[in-house]
Design a protein around this ligand. Structure first.
Ligand SMILES: NC(=O)c1ccc[n+]([C@@H]2O[C@H](COP(=O)([O-])OP(=O)(O)OC[C@H]3O[C@@H](n4cnc5c(N)ncnc54)[C@H](OP(=O)(O)O)[C@@H]3O)[C@@H](O)[C@H]2O)c1
Length: 267
């Protein structure tokens, strides 16, 4: 194979992998850090206009500078997605800045403290359910109507292995992530006739800055050994799966859950 052929093949493969993403407008919630920030970079690299959202304005500014620095068309808008009024305002402002959203990645959420059920306060329960599950509902409710009206769009909701099997995480986190999987299917069924697809990803343990803070290196090694493929995942592992599910390569996939967890779901 000549170098020229390799280049052509690579270009062809890239074009195929990014079909449906190149030129689209994508919103990434939880885009201010961690997995969401890396998903935003992958979408920008694939030629999407990207809007990132989160609550931390400083973190959003850093992500925005990185995206724009690499030539992307990108915007950042702060919002607390547990507040439906802020989500409605986010929808309005995204529309003004970037037009209707074609691709939605609902990554906002987080693990929280691993609290025992019998000692969990009302506040701890609601905080986890609201950040992980209710935020996805508010976001879908605000952004799906444009997709339905234009008969185009795809969404990915970020669940977790903790929504598929028991874990040391708080019961609220497990319940919220299991809820995300059913929300994915219910919503996917309702919008399928309008040509809109919704899927979920259930990541295993993913190496982010937050994980570095929460888990010392020896604990990370123990967790890595619990994944049959022998390592902790990376945000790139998740972003690759997101890009696939949003692209036209997944045009006949909806209501599905993709396990991105090094085989952990089998254990
Ligand atoms: N890392 C893992 O091992 C792992 C494994 C499985 C699933 N997941 C899931 O993947 C997602 C991202 O995880 P991560 O590790 O990247 O977490 P992270 O680094 O803590 O990032 C969480 C993101 O969610 C945003 N967020 C949280 N609450 C929000 C709210 N009320 N309103 C708006 N934005 C909010 C945060 O933005 P601000 O801080 O700017 O508000 C941040 O951008 C989470 O849903 C998590 O459950 C992670």
């Amino acid at each position: 194979m000549t170098t020229e052929n390799t280049t052509e093949n690579t270009t062809e493969n890239t074009a195929r992998n990014t079909a449906g993403v190149r030129g689209a407008t994508a919103l990434v919630t939880g885009g201010s850090r961690g997995i969401g920030a890396v998903i935003a970079r992958h979408l920008a690299d694939a030629g999407a206009t990207v809007v990132v959202t989160g609550r931390d304005v400083g973190a959003l500014d850093r992500v925005l500078a990185e995206l724009r620095g690499s030539g992307a068309i990108a915007h950042a808008l702060p919002a607390d997605l547990t507040d439906s009024a802020q989500v409605s305002e986010l929808h309005r402002r995204v529309g003004e800045l970037a037009g209707p959203v074609d691709l939605l990645v609902a990554t906002a959420g987080g693990l929280g403290e691993p609290v025992q059920l019998v000692s969990m306060t009302d506040e701890q329960w609601h905080a986890s359910i609201d950040a992980n599950l209710t935020s996805a509902f508010f976001t879908l409710r605000a952004f799906l109507p444009d997709m339905i009206a234009r008969r185009r769009g795809a969404a990915v909701l970020m669940s977790s292995t903790a929504g598929r099997q028991t874990s040391p995480a708080s019961p609220a986190y497990g319940a919220a992530n299991a809820g995300l999987l059913m929300l994915t299917r219910q919503a996917a069924l309702q919008v399928a006739e309008h040509g809109v697809r919704i899927n979920a990803i259930a990541p295993g343990t993913i190496h982010t800055e937050r994980l570095d803070r929460l888990m010392p290196a020896d604990a990370r090694e123990r967790v890595a050994a619990m994944h049959p493929l022998g390592r902790i995942g990376t945000p790139d592992d998740v972003a690759n799966a997101v890009l696939f599910l949003l692209s036209d390569n997944a045009s006949w996939i909806t209501g599905a859950t993709l396990d991105v967890n090094g085989g952990r779901i089998m254990t």
